[in-house]
Design a protein around this ligand. Structure first.
Ligand code: CTP
Ligand code: CA
Length: 225
């Protein structure tokens, strides 16, 4: 696929990328987490640096080395991720939410390790909703013309879910991919359709996450121009 026309087409731009998966603690040793590796978000950070952008990477629990040339802010929970993204978004030209943000967190955090009780089943874990960072960033654009991009992994009628989610979130672009078996999680490759708020739908064939990242930046750069 064609890489952007100009190599430094994001020069002078500040882009914020979230990556990885949040962890929502139950007690000092346990958390609710997800299978996001962070690889797609890191590929977005590397390619944005290569295209001349100033990059803030908000990284949630990834095992990946910091990409050269990016400012990396490490976070744990969805609430921490929200804070870091909103702060960095204040002067950003684009915000790309590639992180897998937990929808719920335990309603209570046990300061001491939760212990088994002899002869008793465990109490159910009560959950509360986390803030929706993508919806919030989309609704309250910190800057005029700021481009906001979300990611969605779906099953079943992937495009229908994606179109509805794009509208619900209010973002400009939603990168939708199908999950199942061992597709996507932890892999080096990805296949997606980029849905735009103007109704455009751009399929991106199966290939390296770097290639998908470059297509996303092509779309972002076109909207910033
Ligand atoms: N997202 C977010 N904050 C949340 C949940 C999700 O910012 N609390 C962002 C993700 O980073 C991603 C996009 O929203 O860019 C879509 O995430 P997804 O989990 O697919 O959306 P949900 O609205 O949580 O829908 P679902 O019920 O299908 O999980
Ligand atoms: Ca979700």
């Amino acid at each position: 696929l064609a890489r952007g026309t100009a190599d430094a087409d994001l020069a002078g731009r500040h882009v914020v990328i979230s990556a990885g998966g949040t962890r929502e603690p139950l007690d000092p040793v346990r958390f609710l987490g997800n299978r996001s590796s962070g690889k797609q978000g890191y590929a977005l950070a590397r390619t944005a640096v290569a295209r001349g952008a100033r990059v803030t990477l908000v990284a949630a629990n990834t095992a990946l080395p910091d990409p050269a040339g990016a400012d990396v802010v490490r976070v744990g929970t969805a609430v921490q991720l929200r804070e870091a993204v909103l702060k960095a978004a204040a002067d950003a030209d684009a915000v790309v939410m590639a992180a897998a943000v937990a929808d719920f967190r335990p309603a209570e955090y046990a300061a001491g390790k939760i212990k088994k009780q002899e002869g008793r089943d465990p109490a159910p874990v009560a959950l509360v909703r986390n803030p929706d960072v993508l919806a919030e960033v989309s609704a309250d654009r910190a800057r005029e013309g700021q481009v906001v991009v979300g990611f969605a992994a779906e099953t079943d009628d992937v495009l229908a879910h994606g179109r509805a989610k794009l509208r619900r979130k209010g973002c400009d672009l939603l990168v939708v991919n199908e999950v199942g078996e061992d597709k996507t999680f932890g892999s080096e490759e990805n296949e997606a359709v980029i849905l735009a708020s103007d109704g455009a739908e751009l399929p991106v064939p199966y290939g390296p996450k770097e290639t998908l990242a470059d297509v996303v930046w092509d779309q972002v750069a076109a909207r910033l121009a």
